[in-house]
Design a protein around this ligand. Structure first.
Ligand SMILES: [Zn+2]
Length: 199
């Protein structure tokens, strides 16, 4: 007697869809042999590396901030300087990296200091341009604690400038975002600049 059970055959494509097969194809198009020993696992490694370097898309910034906001009577400038970051330029998918300095003038709320580098990472680990990265960090702090002002300075070096095109290997780019008192009051801005340029 024949069984009524349907036989479901799952047909999988030879290669799972993902970034790795595309990288393999790219290696061929660059004139390489993706089958040679040193390159066999490269597509998988590149996929893993890219996923890590863009995990900011999957980071919930609100979650970082929540539970780290404190009501305090403190109205002096808070500065976190020399926060290292590594990002990827959205024009060439090449790294740019450097330091971010963050400051704010609290009204009656502060954010846990350790959260600021995590906010920087959440935005750096995406495809970025330096100007937007700087703005997004400032805007996030502004919205989280509504301070009297926020200042963010970003100093970076771009592989797309260093390795190709202009090949100015020592050129760096500097961007800043100044909100509230940091934009309106010269003394506040100067105090911030003095604090972050002091070695
Ligand atoms: Zn670039």
């Amino acid at each position: 007697m024949k069984s009524n059970k349907a036989v479901v055959k799952v047909i999988r494509p030879k290669e799972e869809p993902g970034i790795a097969p595309l990288v393999k194809q790219m290696l061929s198009m660059l004139g390489e042999d993706p089958g040679r020993e040193g390159l066999v696992r490269t597509p998988v490694r590149v996929e893993q590396a890219l996923k890590f370097l863009t995990n900011g898309y999957r980071t919930d910034v609100q979650k970082i901030i929540n539970g780290a906001l404190y009501e305090v009577k403190y109205d002096e400038m808070v500065v976190v300087r020399d926060i290292e970051f590594f990002s990827m330029c959205e024009h060439h998918l090449l790294p740019f990296f450097g330091k971010v300095h963050v400051a704010y003038l609290p009204k009656n709320r502060v954010i846990g200091l350790s959260k600021i580098p995590r906010i920087v990472d959440a935005f750096a680990r995406r495809l970025q341009i330096q100007e937007r990265l700087t703005q997004e960090i400032a805007q996030t702090i502004q919205e989280a604690i509504d301070p009297a002002g926020v200042g963010v300075i970003c100093e970076a070096r771009h592989f797309c400038m260093m390795m190709r095109g202009v090949e100015k290997q020592h050129s760096g780019a500097m961007t800043s975002a100044m909100l509230g008192a940091f934009r309106e009051q010269k003394e506040t801005r100067d105090e911030f600049l003095a604090l972050v340029t002091r070695s």
